[in-house]
Design a binder for this molecule. Structure first.
Ligand SMILES: [Zn+2]
Ligand SMILES: [Zn+2]
Length: 194
């Protein structure tokens, strides 16, 4: 089936300048540091614990934190792991893996998966004594909620429509049908079919 990452949350979009990617908040220079050899880790999550997690799960250094459900691997940004939000991001992707999240068909399933994953992330964060940034979590969830709202709102009468397939929607109010673009990390575009 190839490469099927869970969709990227819109806040990771590099084209959207209004929203800062969580990675961008971090020091770019450190992105290529090797976490294993970095002795100046000042994060709240113990280096030893991070090492254990990276080994236990199939974690591969990358440019974003993503869980790839197709092969069960996790990409992570090595330089970000020394920050609480980086550790939180790693725990979040591991949560997707632990919960067995796969490809979804409906937007609301995706939202549900995100909520579940964050719930588990909070639990794990307590275990590892990583501070839980509720605002960050709500911000992440809100980007998904906004994305769902944009896709589901009827372009003709602005009623909340029904999702018919992974990219087609129907308005029960004015019977308009529309489809949306597939890229999750791009701005939502709606096209009226009929
Ligand atoms: Zn997620
Ligand atoms: Zn309508």
């Amino acid at each position: 089936m190839g490469f099927n990452p869970l969709p990227l949350p819109p806040y990771l979009s590099q084209n959207n300048e209004n929203i800062t990617s969580s990675s961008k908040k971090f020091d770019k220079k450190n992105n290529n540091d090797n976490i294993i050899n970095n002795t100046e880790i000042r994060g709240v999550m113990k280096l030893q614990e991070i090492r254990k997690l990276l080994k236990k799960y199939k974690c591969i250094p990358g440019e974003r934190f993503i869980y790839h459900s197709s092969n069960g691997t996790i990409s992570y940004v090595p330089g970000d792991l020394k920050y609480p939000l980086g550790a939180l991001a790693l725990l979040h992707e591991i949560a997707h893996l632990k919960l067995g999240h796969k490809i979804y068909k409906y937007d609301l399933e995706l939202l549900q998966m995100e909520e579940e994953a964050w719930k588990l992330t909070e639990k794990e964060a307590k275990k590892y004594e990583v501070p839980i940034d509720k605002d960050h979590i709500e911000f992440c969830l809100d980007t998904y909620r906004d994305w769902v709202n944009k896709r589901t709102t009827c372009p003709c009468c602005h009623t909340f429509g029904l999702q018919k397939s992974d990219h087609e929607f129907l308005c029960t109010e004015c019977a308009a049908k529309w489809k949306v673009n597939q890229r999750k990390d791009r701005e939502v575009r709606r096209m009226i079919i009929k």
